[in-house]
Design a protein around this ligand. Sequence first.
Ligand code: P6P
Length: 353
Amino acid sequence: MASNPSRISLTRYLVEQQRNSAHGDDDTRGLIPAQLRLLLEVVARACKGISQAVNKGALGGILGSAESENVQGEVQKKLDIIANEVLIEANEWGGNLAAMASEEMDTIHLIPGRYPQGEYLLLFDPLDGSSNIDVNVSIGTIFSVLKKPEDHPGVHEGDFLQAGTQQVAAGYCLYGPQTTLVLTVGAGVAMFTLDREQGSFVLTQEDVQIPADTKEFAINMSNMRHWDAPVKRYIDECLAGKDGPRGKDFNMRWIASMVSDVHRILTRGGIFMYPWDKREPHKAGKLRLMYEANPMSWLIEQAGGASTDGRQRILDIQPSQLHQRVAVVLGSKNEVERVTQYHREAQAPAANA
Ligand code: P6P
């Protein structure tokens, strides 16, 4: 069948990103090397495999718990482990990577000596939102790509501890009514929908833009009594609706799957919050910086949104541990800035002190 010129495949999109500099030869924003293009195509193929497994559900005998725990101390689902293995096996032989890191693995996974070593580091949450697997609610894979530092041979965990601004690619694959791959290489955000008949991802949206304002917030309200004052202030004002200080009514969504909530925000705006709370005060937050907050924050910023931990830009955070957690406030720029301002005001010394 003649290719439909309006149907741009992921491969063609990435080749065009690799070839064209949209802003003249001196601007390499979004220009990607062939090795990175090939890596992203492998990740996309792995996500297709995960999508097939997820779609089998009970028929695949792969629902339910794996009777094991991950480094986070969370009970692993069978599909968590399957998704992790799919990503490891797909990515270890291609020569694009020096190592991988996963929410499901305590330490980094080095590329076996029998395979060529590459210049990139791949980090992922293989199946985010896995508490939703058994109830047939959307889940997804989140991934982030860094360059391995070139100042020393070999690779160690410290090579992964780079701020989110150092990412060269980031994205997620959402396993919902459609299987949708969302990606940035630094030249905006593009969305690709899996054409199951062709078995390929087709470009369905590019230059995604998040509205600066919104009437929709996403937070787990059951934690309200544990929140810090600035978060409670913001949510109380949203709940007060048009009779309150915001002068408008708000809607709430909470899917308990970050990939799904972020996808909604990229699609129609909104604010997503998983703030620090008093339940485990020694933890900065619930979500992980390296393979959840950083890739999602870059996508959100590339789409014109903002992302902070309540006080600072998430992408500027210098990580100290591979699995460190962070508070997350991301989405429509003006709302994120309001929440961040409330945190600043709460920290400012009292005017008459
Ligand atoms: P809670 C899923 O486990 C996850 O890591 C994110 O995808 C999601 O936003 C959050 O945790 C849900 O947490 O406490 O509401 O179950």
